[in-house]
Design a protein around this ligand. Structure first.
Ligand SMILES: Cc1ncc(COP(=O)(O)O)c(C=O)c1O
Length: 386
């Protein structure tokens, strides 16, 4: 036992989630695994390995792309975010695909000299998220400009949905899809037909085959999490296959101290919890610096040997106190599950999200990259001993 707080990644769940999401599409498009932000907090080195059968990877920043290349990933890598103008050459040199929507980026690419490598460019079309991208009309001029630059190859065109996972009513997503189709038509009329067209995040991949085009671009589902309750309900009522997604991450720690606290004692910073009985407390060496959010104070519970232990008082930067009075036979350094299953109990990312007033995406993405990651295989663990 070397670390006191660690993350376990279920290789079987990761592989199975990829297969399940692939099976949602009738047309067999390429699968781009979104592993940005440390693979949604899971650990990008490990997840890139576990998702090795994906066709493409996507990350947000140039540095993330370079890191992935450094891990030996040779598959195409798409950068979803803005690459600083003065670092575009680095991206091209590392063969990282660019998502572009600024003329200034094309101007810099047109002046690149040196290597023979072409910049592989994906245009982002603004269809109603009002985040990144350019309007369909602007996309035509932008594409023609890109194509006029000898060292640029226009490889893709993409967009991203604003609320596809937020609602049971998908009118807005359908309007965005229609706007994307309109952009494709305008581009085609101008003789522009990039080989890759991609719009589908996890929710779109599961719910709407007409968003699949030539590539899916899915993240959260690969980690075994549903984008939202609404997406799950929409899938159940869609008549389409409902993927069996299994959480990849279990987050654990060990008890660092056990103490008896008299009735009427205040626990933790701010004295926000006062014991109402003689209480046995387990002190856990994890806190908001590790991504165990402060908002979980006095709300969450952890699992010890399949029993719930409520969090008492505020979550500190590096410590959390839990009530173990009703958990029998607890010993110093016993294992504690912060996220995941123990016996018949489970703390899900959705539960933590609800307690902390956020979404499952943020819960897992907040898990500190400094914690160690261990790859385990639930399928092998469940095989009967012979
Ligand atoms: C541009 C883009 N594409 C795809 C994704 C993947 O979305 P999801 O994790 O919902 O599958 C994201 C995630 O935020 C994104 O920003």
């Amino acid at each position: 036992m070397s670390s006191l707080v660690w993350v376990e990644l279920d290789s079987d769940a990761a592989e199975s989630n990829l297969t399940e999401l692939r099976s949602c599409t009738p047309t067999d498009p390429l699968f781009c695994a979104v592993v940005k932000s440390n693979a949604y907090g899971h650990g990008v080195r490990e997840m890139a390995g576990l998702l090795g059968s994906a066709d493409w990877f996507a990350v947000n920043s140039l540095d993330e792309g370079l890191e992935l290349r450094g891990f030996g990933v040779s598959k195409p890598i798409l950068l979803l975010g803005h690459v600083p103008l003065n670092r575009l050459a680095e991206a091209v040199e590392a063969d990282l695909r660019l998502t572009l929507y600024n003329d200034e980026s094309l101007d810099v690419l047109s002046r690149l000299s040196g290597s023979d490598r072409k910049a592989m460019v994906h245009i982002k079309v603004e269809t109603g998220t009002w985040r990144q991208g350019i309007l369909p009309e602007q996309a035509v001029d932008f594409a023609l400009k890109a194509m006029s630059i000898p060292k640029v190859e226009l490889e893709g065109v993409s967009t991203h949905f604003a609320n596809i996972e937020d609602t049971l009513n998908h009118d807005y997503a359908q309007r965005q899809l229609a706007e994307f189709q309109r952009a494709l038509e305008l581009l085609a009329e101008a003789g522009v037909n990039p080989p890759l067209k991609h719009t589908a995040c996890t929710a779109a991949s599961i719910l709407f085959p007409d968003t699949h085009f030539s590539m899916l671009r899915a993240g959260i589902g690969l980690y075994g999490l549903w984008p939202s309750r609404e997406t799950y309900l929409s899938a159940l009522t869609s008549g389409r296959p409902v993927p069996d997604l299994r959480p990849v991450m279990t987050w654990k720690t060990r008890i660092a101290q056990i103490k008896e606290v008299p009735e009427g004692s205040f626990v933790g910073y701010g004295c926000t919890h006062r014991t109402t009985r003689p209480t046995r407390i387990g002190v856990l060496p994890v806190g908001y610096a590790d991504g165990y959010r402060r908002a979980l104070g006095n709300r969450a519970h952890v699992l010890i040997a399949g029993r719930r232990a409520p969090v008492l008082g505020r979550v500190c930067m590096n410590l959390v106190m839990v009530d173990i009075t009703d958990v029998p036979d607890v010993q110093l350094e016993d294992e504690v599950v912060l996220l995941g299953g123990s016996g018949s109990e489970e703390v899900t990312a959705e539960m933590l999200a609800e307690w902390a007033g956020t979404i499952n995406y943020e819960v897992v993405t907040a898990v500190s990259p400094f914690l160690s990651r261990r790859v385990v295989n639930s399928a092998r663990a469940h095989q009967p001993e012979r």
